[in-house]
Ligand binder design. Structure first.
Ligand code: NI
Length: 204
């Protein structure tokens, strides 16, 4: 997601993550002065790809990737980033609703939505892969997500409001789905044309 207003957070931030040999902590980003990886911009074909699950044999790659993803997300700044946005087709994403404070980072490995409410909610969304573009997106108001965290623990988290939308937005990325895929074709085409124009002007 893009630089959305974290003040509209409707759920309290999650408890601090356990610290036992984590794969990455936001502080690692500063300590290692890791350079942010560039974020792919739509309509890049990798953003439409379906990612494969993270396996045990991917752990070293994930370990190397996570600090770069955090650096990219905080640099943007954004509140969520999925691995395909940095060109890695693994089911992995990160979320931090308070990027200025770096206090509530989530690492979600192989996340899946295991329950969602019938009630729907509309919220303005953006995406680091569609810089400067925003649209109202309707999604289930409340979701339960199961994932593996950076310590290897299997966890469940429930989200609503900004957090719930962000979880769904990031998990969508792992199936090649962007927020614009949830809006009308007319609005999507308009937004994609505007993005292409913005990108051309940026290059000049
Ligand atoms: Ni996004």
């Amino acid at each position: 997601m893009g630089d959305m207003d974290a003040a509209s957070l409707a759920v309290p931030p999650a408890a601090p993550l356990p610290v036992a040999t984590p794969l990455a902590r936001p502080n690692d980003v500063e300590q290692a002065s890791i350079l942010p990886t560039s974020i792919l911009v739509a309509p890049h074909p990798l953003l439409k790809a379906r990612c494969r699950p993270v396996a045990d044999t991917d752990i070293e790659q994930v370990r190397a990737l996570l600090p770069r993803m955090f650096a990219s997300m905080y640099n943007a700044p954004g509140i969520g980033l999925a691995a395909p946005q940095v060109g890695v087709l693994l089911r992995l994403c990160i979320v931090d609703l308070m990027p200025d404070h770096r206090k509530a980072p989530f690492v979600l490995i192989n996340p899946e939505v295991v329950a969602e409410s019938d009630e729907m909610a509309s919220r303005e969304e953006g995406c680091l892969s569609l810089p400067g573009q925003y649209a109202q997106v309707v999604r289930p108001a409340h979701v339960k997500v199961r994932f593996t965290d950076e310590t290897g623990a299997r966890r469940e988290v429930e989200g609503e409001g900004l957090f719930g939308a962000c979880l769904q937005h990031e998990i969508d990325h792992l199936d090649g789905v962007l927020f614009v895929d949830h809006i009308s074709v007319l609005k999507r085409n308009m937004l994609m044309r505007r993005l292409a124009k913005d990108q051309r002007q940026k290059v000049r």
